[in-house]
Design a protein. Structure first.
Length: 317
């Protein structure tokens, strides 16, 4: 029981760390380019891993891998997921974007049924349908409240789900810290490419926060902003990744997954406390449906997959 509490505590703290990262990026979205923030985040995270974490595991030799293409593919799926999610929060509230993104567990179940031939019973099937209905309540397609940016967290969730399916099928022999390190390398390289491109081909500002966040060139950051990026983005993402990887490596995924929804609670609370916004009644109802169906799918999976390994590596950010 005490061992389970360590895993639950790790997943809760890890989810809070991811939420702090999201809040900080939304705060910076009106001033900095997304790829510049990702550059600093990846740079600081790589330094933290090399200086503070890898020495505990024997140094750089711990990063050796026989499957570099696996890491590159995973890294690019995370870059895609992050790009679409963070672009969305420049326009949407964190609560709405996070709620839509949390359709990912339902998508993972669906993709596992299609590509991994995993059985999905009637009850989990109904839960998946309810989760999609909840997403519709948040997105509101076909209504005056609908915005095309609402689709972006869904695209991010698709990237994230593909990451999980690939990891589940090919990543059993890979180490969590190794996977996390190469994800940050992919972030670093992709952000440099974006930064160079937009510095030479400066697009005109569209007046849309979402696209300006993606397209604007880099600026020279102030010392306070660098400090905020380090402690508000890089440190939380590094600690959160280690905590979540530890939790899923040493404890059953079905035990831990429901506690990831702490991030959704933090998202709603921060949206209200920082930006004085609350989701409308339709969105609240959709959020409850998404949470309920996701938690049910996670708990139900424990009953139907006892013969399958419970090891599940999550590197959301």
């Amino acid at each position: 029981m005490q061992n389970n509490m360590k895993g639950i505590g790790a997943i809760i703290l890890g989810s809070i760390c991811f939420s702090v990262n999201d809040i900080s990026i939304k705060i910076f979205s009106s001033e900095y380019a997304l790829h510049q923030l990702m550059f600093f985040r990846a740079l600081f995270a790589i330094v933290i891993l090399i200086v503070a974490v890898l020495p505990l595991y024997g140094g750089l030799n711990y990063l050796s891998t026989k499957n570099p293409m696996f890491h590159i593919f995973r890294g690019m799926t995370v870059v895609g997921a992050n790009t679409f999610f963070f672009i969305s929060i420049a326009k949407l509230s964190i609560a709405e974007a996070t709620a839509i993104f949390f359709i990912a567990p339902i998508l993972i179940t669906t993709l596992a049924y299609i590509f991994l031939n995993e059985k999905v019973g009637f009850r989990r099937g109904i839960a998946c349908v309810l989760g999609f209905i909840g997403m519709i309540f948040v997105v509101k397609p076909g209504t005056i409240s609908f915005e095309i940016v609402s689709i972006f967290p869904l695209i991010a969730a698709i990237f994230y789900s593909v990451l999980h399916i690939v990891t589940r099928k090919y990543g059993a022999a890979e180490k969590p810290i190794t996977m996390g390190f190469y994800i940050q390398v992919c972030f670093f390289i992709s952000s440099v490419i974006f930064g160079i491109f937009f510095s030479y081909f400066e697009p005109r500002y569209s007046g849309n926060n979402m696209f300006d966040f993606l397209l604007r060139p880099w600026i020279f950051p102030e010392l306070f902003d660098i400090t905020h990026i380090f402690f508000g983005i890089a440190v939380p993402i590094s600690i959160g990744g280690i905590l979540v990887s530890y939790a899923y490596k040493n404890h059953e995924a079905s035990l831990l997954a429901p506690f990831e929804y702490v991030a959704l609670v933090v998202a709603v609370a921060s949206t209200y406390l920082i930006w004085n916004e609350l989701p409308d009644s339709y969105s609240f109802f959709g959020i409850l449906l998404i949470m309920s169906s996701g938690i049910f799918v996670s708990l139900r999976e424990k009953e139907v997959s006892k013969l399958r390994t419970s090891r599940k590596i999550i590197t959301r950010r």
